[in-house]
Design a protein around this ligand. Structure first.
Ligand code: KG4
Length: 336
């Protein structure tokens, strides 16, 4: 097949991977989390600057680990969107430079589609499938009849579930990214706080801003009354409510669309309660559930490389005039 270099820089991880005929040769990742933690969330301008500082270092590390040179490459793949505009630019400029210098094809990759294809590192995708894509910026149910064919069945009308985890963590005084401490503390808490589940009974779309605001208001009201919030119980109550919304709609849609497989994808798919509960609920259904390896739930270029192999086979290349698309929709894949 081909030797492909893949670049990811859509948010707060700079990553470069090398793949050859399905075998991952390297996956170098430099995360900016420690810097953004100081601000309680990702600062877009700082993210772009750090990508600029790190991209050549990460590229060198990936080439060294894979024991290859840029002259060996057959193609270069890069995340074109969705993501932060300045951050995406850094990856695309690096990829275009390599494509131009070595006269190789440029492969634009959709970040969320790549999250779905990350599961190919542990399982074969079986169609039709339904993917629950849950991350800091997205909450989507994606139906796939075949490879590279994406249809959005449901999506968030406001905030993403990951953003909701991050904002709830912040109001509870927990560090960024908030999903990780909430996941941990929820295990020690009880479901004692009543929280709303907007859109729970309607269709396949999601809404997380009401849940986020409800927790923030409750915490502020308790503070004004000089009552102490039980952080562990709040984590348990919030996690149950937030995760139940995605599990219930995923299972309902999977049955309606008669899928063979459900594929979890994105940063929030690392959530231990989500993973355990969806497996438990699907046991008797005959629908297979694929959980991405934890290392592949956070952003990395290995997942970009995995999807790039499919795009390479179909020759879905782009000219060097390609621009980033921070709002690229997964169902708008096209030939450039
Ligand atoms: O996919 P990702 O790395 O970034 C985006 O592309 O958005 O996802 C990051 C999100 C953050 O909101 C983080 O709080 C959440 O994933 N996250 C989790 C867990 N680990 C990370 N949410 C819930 N439980 C976790 N264990």
């Amino acid at each position: 097949m081909a030797l492909i270099l893949a670049i990811e820089s859509s948010c707060d991880e700079t990553s470069v991977a090398v793949i050859k005929d399905g075998h991952l040769l390297s996956n170098a990742v430099s995360t900016q989390i420690a810097m953004h933690r100081l601000y309680g969330g990702v600062m877009p301008e700082i993210a772009s600057r750090l990508h600029n500082e790190n991209i050549t270092i990460v590229l060198d590390a990936a080439l060294k680990e894979a024991k290859i040179k840029l002259t060996d490459l057959d193609a270069v793949a890069v995340t074109r969107g969705p993501g932060l505009i300045g951050a995406l630019h850094v990856g695309l400029q690096a990829a275009k430079t390599i494509a131009m210098l070595y006269d190789i094809p440029l492969i634009p990759v959709h970040h969320l589609a790549a999250h779905i294809y990350a599961s190919e590192y542990v399982a074969k995708l079986k169609f039709p499938l339904l993917s629950l894509v849950v991350s800091g910026g997205n909450t989507e149910l994606v139906y796939m009849k075949k490879h590279l064919d994406f249809k959005i069945v449901g999506e968030t009308k406001d905030d993403a579930i990951g953003e909701c985890f991050d904002k709830v963590a912040r109001v509870l005084g927990l560090p960024y990214p908030g999903g990780i401490p909430i996941d941990k503390l929820a295990k020690e808490g009880k479901h004692t706080y009543q929280l709303p589940s907007p859109l729970a009974k309607k269709g396949y779309d999601f809404s997380y801003s009401g849940l986020k605001t409800a927790v923030i208001n409750l915490v502020n009201q308790e503070k004004m009354k000089k009552h102490k919030i039980n952080v562990k119980d709040m984590c348990r109550s919030f996690e149950d409510t937030a995760v139940e919304m995605v599990i219930a709609k995923t299972i309902k849609a999977a049955k309606q669309y008669k899928v063979k497989q459900i594929v979890l994808a994105g940063g929030v798919s690392a959530n231990s309660y989500l993973r355990e509960e969806i497996v438990r609920r699907l046991k008797a259904s005959g629908i297979e559930i694929v959980l991405p390896p934890i290392w592949c739930t956070t952003d990395n270029a290995a997942m970009i490389a995995k999807l790039a192999e499919h795009l390479y086979q179909k020759k879905l290349f782009a000219p060097l005039t390609l621009a980033v698309d921070p709002n690229w929709k997964i169902d708008q894949y096209k030939v450039f």
